[in-house]
Ligand binder design. Structure first.
Ligand SMILES: [Zn+2]
Length: 411
């Protein structure tokens, strides 16, 4: 029996009996917590037993040498002076959990690095069972968790379900992690975050906020966080400019004949590229446009010039630069660039704030890259739920595996 305990590395329990089920490849253990007295699961206080267990419960444990270990025990009921009548604390599993901490730890650790399907394969579980278990663990941990010390927040929308549906995601940009994910991208979604997750004091302590040019998010941040300075997310602004430039390319493309089109083939990609990443050949090609296609050349030069904005150190100088750029862009008489200037005008003050506080939003921090990877890993049938689970597991503000009691974190 001692050998069995050693092999199983189960220090916190006593084994009363066991049964090998060779056909099912299962090892059933009749166990008992190795401790004196029973404790309240909420406050860990030793309590009076009010009812001895008569209904055994079972917990799925890890697989050892091809055998799935299953623990059986009939928990007692205790009476805690503070928390009332409860089922005693079980040292190997969380209250109401159907799997042991050890299995939970493995699920979390594996799902952080691989697809749920691969993790399910290693753990010999059905994908749906694993996904359910993961959801329960993360829900449990998140339910006990409160957001703390949020000073710089970022709000963004993400798509899921092959781009058909949207969710709103809130970042803590000081710690580069995700603090909240909610269904939808409307005002009611972002309001739900502010209402349910932050106290009035916490909202007042938010100093900086970054988001895209959507009125919804901007207005919500203004309404809820009176002391926050808004910074329009650099990534979204650059994206809007790139789209405006590409619009020029598309227009020109439509005008050109077959042979002339060949001359600007591959341009879309080249125009979108950052100056830093261009080869000499690319630059030569773009410069040659000055003679062959003035409009595209114009748009490209403006785009390249705009990039200087991000390197300014003094708001006044940046403001002068931006105003000058806007005038030049208007003179170009290119409609899509004029629209972009309109966007700049609408958000002027919140764009200049970038110079005061260059908020490197989630994109630069690589969170978005991780989220993209995770999106493919989530098993589809739970939709946003399983996607959000994986976001919290990989880039959330709580280290989920670390919430499992330290002695039971074995792989
Ligand atoms: Zn208690």
């Amino acid at each position: 029996m001692k050998l069995l305990l050693k092999i199983l590395r189960l220090k916190e329990l006593k084994i009363n009996g066991f049964e090998f089920r060779r056909r099912d490849k299962e090892l059933h253990l009749d166990v008992k917590p190795y401790k004196n007295g029973c404790r309240c699961p909420e406050c860990q206080r030793r309590c009076r037993i009010v009812r001895h267990g008569n209904e055994p419960r079972c917990w799925v444990d890890i697989t050892i040498i091809g055998m799935r270990v299953i623990l059986y025990y009939a928990p007692k009921e205790v009476e805690c002076p503070t928390h009332g009548r409860l089922q005693e604390e079980i040292p190997w599993a969380a209250a109401r959990a159907r799997s042991t901490y050890r299995l939970e730890y493995r699920i979390c650790a594996l799902c952080q690095i691989m697809t749920q399907k691969a993790a399910a394969g290693i753990l010999a579980l059905a994908t749906s069972t694993l996904s359910d278990a993961l959801h329960r663990i993360i829900t449990r941990v998140r339910a006990q968790h409160r957001i703390r010390g949020l000073v710089t927040l970022g709000v963004d929308e993400i798509s899921y379900c092959k781009g058909h549906k949207y969710a709103t995601i809130v970042y803590d940009l000081d710690r580069s992690c995700v603090v909240w994910v909610g269904k939808g991208k409307g005002r009611e979604t972002i309001d739900r975050f502010f209402r349910e997750c932050l106290s009035d004091g916490q909202k007042k302590r938010v100093q900086w906020a970054s988001c895209d040019m959507s009125r919804t998010y901007i207005q919500a941040i203004k309404d809820h966080c009176p002391n926050a300075t808004l910074v329009i997310d650099r990534f979204h602004l650059v994206k809007a400019l790139n789209e405006a430039v590409d619009e020029v390319r598309k227009e020109e493309w439509r005008k050109l004949g077959v042979d002339e089109r060949k001359a600007i083939k591959g341009l879309r990609w080249m125009l979108g590229m950052h100056a830093r990443n261009r080869t000499k050949g690319d630059t030569r090609f773009l410069n040659a446009l000055r003679n062959s296609n003035r409009r595209i050349h114009r748009a490209w030069v403006l785009k390249d010039e705009f990039d200087h904005f991000w390197s300014f150190r003094y708001p006044a100088a940046a403001e002068r630069f931006l105003k000058h750029w806007m005038t030049t862009a208007l003179k170009s008489r290119i409609p899509s660039l004029r629209d972009f200037v309109g966007t700049l005008k609408n958000h002027f003050d919140n764009i200049i704030t970038f110079i005061q506080r260059p908020l490197t939003n989630a994109v630069a921090e690589g969170i978005n890259r991780i989220i993209k990877i995770v999106k493919n890993r989530a098993s589809g049938f739970r939709g946003l739920e399983s996607f959000a689970d994986l976001i919290f597991l990989t880039v959330g503000d709580v280290n989920i595996p670390e919430q499992i009691p330290s002695g039971l974190r074995t792989l």
